[in-house]
Design a protein around this ligand. Structure first.
Ligand SMILES: [Zn+2]
Length: 69
């Protein structure tokens, strides 16, 4: 999984701008949301929320790459 540190971009999850985060295939996710995603159980609302966002923004294959570690 490639990760890039960026300086200022809007998070696709929370729309906040954050100093730290990752860009996945051109879509930015802040470190706060990334932590939630990484630590979230797949049965939580947050996971569903994330999944729905990613469906709109990134391909489904990417979800597998990141969630099913
Ligand atoms: Zn965020």
């Amino acid at each position: 999984m490639k990760q890039y540190i960026v300086t200022k971009t809007s998070c696709i999850m929370c729309n906040k701008t954050s100093k730290n985060g990752i860009i996945i295939r051109g879509k930015y996710i802040c470190s706060e949301c990334e932590t939630k995603i990484v630590n979230s159980d797949i049965n939580t609302d947050f996971y569903e929320y994330y999944k729905n966002h990613i469906k709109k923004n990134i391909s489904l294959s990417l979800i597998k790459e990141n969630i099913e570690l």
